[in-house]
Design a protein around this ligand. Structure first.
Ligand SMILES: C[S@@+](CC[C@H](N)C(=O)[O-])C[C@H]1O[C@@H](n2cnc3c(N)ncnc32)[C@H](O)[C@@H]1O
Length: 222
């Protein structure tokens, strides 16, 4: 079975079993994955890079492709099936294998990761629109705490999902969705450095890019 078919099979299974945390029926498409990995691919290492919610590695693949000499990569994934799939890829997929020695998988939720100012680049594939507003606030709070001053963070949301869901939902769900919007707006305030509209994705998505206030990490010459 090809790598992609294997990924689709695992993803679909987890979508059915764990819809709330998986949040998508298929892995991210190439355009969304590349947009999420944009700041990794801009170079400037050596850097510590964190990917949150790597799933089967659709975005990880582009992160690995953009690693500089000396960069390290931490993957934080709560789902055991996805962790197994990532371990397989690190052992057998040639691109992943080349980065295996500097990649660490943490099988736990991002909420349990301690530390402060640890990472130069954070990339998140979490389905924030599925979570309770206070959980989204907590997760974005953890990620901003983990980001070094001047470091960048990228995360995505599907275009128009909250307004559409609000139209067909009851009061409690509308309140939750408003809370998610407020949590995202609050994380972006004073940190937003741009966003990409990824139309070729199904469904289309926004990728938000944030920079933590403070001195930017030193850039490599050239
Ligand atoms: C929408 S999928 C994205 C997967 C992959 N990044 C992609 O783009 O195809 C969301 C991923 O986040 C993981 N996840 C959800 N909640 C999480 C949490 N609190 N901490 C870590 N991973 C989480 C899920 O298990 C799943 O792998």
């Amino acid at each position: 079975m090809s790598q992609r078919l294997a990924d689709y099979r695992v993803f679909l299974g987890e979508f059915v079993r764990s819809f709330h945390s998986t949040g998508a029926i298929l892995p991210s498409g190439r355009s969304l994955a590349r947009a999420l990995a944009r700041h990794v691919r801009q170079g400037g290492g050596p850097r510590r890079i964190l990917e949150v919610g790597p799933g089967t590695g659709a975005v990880t693949r582009w992160i690995i492709d953009g690693l500089d000499a000396g960069d390290t990569l931490d993957l934080v994934e709560l789902n055991e099936s996805f962790v197994r799939r990532l371990q397989e890829r690190l052992a057998s997929d040639p691109l992943f294998r080349a980065a295996a020695e500097r990649t660490t998988i943490h099988h736990k939720p991002i909420e349990e990761i301690g530390g402060e100012g640890t990472y130069d680049v954070i990339v998140s594939g979490l389905p924030l629109n599925n979570f309770a507003a206070e959980n989204v606030r907590e997760i974005l709070g953890v990620m901003t705490r983990l980001l070094r001053p001047g470091g960048t963070m990228s995360f995505f949301e599907y275009v128009g999902v909250r307004p559409l869901r609000s139209l067909v939902s009851g009061a409690a769900e509308r309140k939750r969705l408003r809370g998610v919007s407020e949590a995202i707006a609050s994380a972006r305030r004073g940190r937003a450095i741009g966003r990409d509209l990824v139309l070729p994705n199904v469904p289309p998505a926004w990728v938000h890019h944030l920079r933590s206030p403070g001195k930017a990490p030193a850039q490599a010459a050239g």
